[in-house]
Design a protein around this ligand. Structure first.
Ligand SMILES: [Zn+2]
Length: 301
């Protein structure tokens, strides 16, 4: 079954790459290479790259170095999927034991990056010395590459949240879903030189209506939903203090030791920005430390 998925995926990726080639045929060759080089490396905007084993962990070719116990370091791959396949390197992750650390909270921000709310969130995280996880969309990455670079260079984790977030396309089939994940990996790697292993399905995994899990496992991705949320994307549009109360409501009287909080960082989420400092303060007062999502992050269910 796995072999079938990988073979079919290879066809799919060749197709995706082929389209990219065609689209950029008038430009310099834009196909991502294994070298971590941003597109505009000669321009002032290219920030220094984070250093492997300092700000993040870079996966070994054989994926043998991923059993980690430090929940504060992001994990990335220098290869996108088709490069692993082309080099005959493994794509499927080894069995990994989840982190055992006590009282860790993972702040996660979906749907960005944008150039309004995401930078404000980054400012707060920097002032509070907190690392978080940003599940980004490929089309937003292409629009705001400098904001993605900032997320990366400030030591946060980047996850893949599909290319265009359109449910009717993503949930048409597992293939359609994976095509957008691969497209977004390309967009991310074009900017920061590496790609994530972590993904989050738009709307959460309750949207899966077929063989999505086999597809995700076969391609070496790990999906994380959440076990607490500010409800900042609900139609009721809670204000900042309501958002903090919403998180308290989900944590309850007996808060879990590993908490993944869902928030959003697209441009109308100004109340999320206002809620963030208070949220960080009470979580810290409760004894939580702050981690970033990696393949070892305990599942929230
Ligand atoms: Zn989303």
């Amino acid at each position: 079954m796995r072999k079938f998925f990988l073979s079919a995926l290879l066809v799919l990726t060749v197709c995706v790459i082929g389209c990219a080639q065609q689209k950029n045929s008038s430009d310099a060759n834009q196909i991502p290479t294994e070298v971590a080089t941003p597109e505009n490396s000669s321009q002032e905007q290219s920030a220094p790259q984070a250093q492997p084993d300092k700000d993040y962990i870079l996966a070994a070719d054989d994926l043998s170095n991923l059993q980690l116990d430090d929940p504060t370091k992001p994990v990335y791959d220098k290869y996108i999927l088709w490069e692993r396949q082309e080099k005959n390197l493994p794509c499927v992750l080894p069995d990994l034991q989840p982190y055992d650390a006590k009282s860790v909270v993972y702040l996660t921000f979906d749907d960005g990056p944008d150039d309004k709310v995401t930078p404000q969130i980054l400012d707060i995280l920097k002032a509070e010395n907190v690392k978080a996880t940003f599940y980004v969309c490929g089309n937003m990455v292409e629009t705001y590459p400098d904001v993605l670079k900032r997320i990366f260079n400030e030591g946060h984790a980047i996850g893949n949240h599909s290319y265009n977030h359109r449910y009717n396309e993503l949930y048409a089939s597992p293939w359609a879903f994976m095509e957008q994940i691969i497209q977004t990996d390309n967009a991310i790697k074009n900017v920061i030189g590496v790609r994530p292993f972590i993904i989050r399905a738009p709307g959460g995994v309750g949207m899966f209506n077929g063989d999505y899990w086999s597809m995700i496992d076969s391609c070496g991705y790990v999906e994380h939903d959440w076990n607490a949320l500010t409800e900042d994307a609900t139609p009721s549009k809670p204000n900042a203090s309501q958002q903090v109360n919403n998180v308290l409501k989900y944590l309850g009287d007996n808060p879990p030791r590993s908490v993944i909080i869902l928030m959003h960082s697209n441009s109308d989420k100004t109340e999320t920005v206002k809620a963030l400092p208070e949220l960080i303060h009470f979580l810290r007062d409760w004894g939580y430390t702050f981690g970033v999502v990696t393949p070892m992050t305990p599942q929230p269910w």
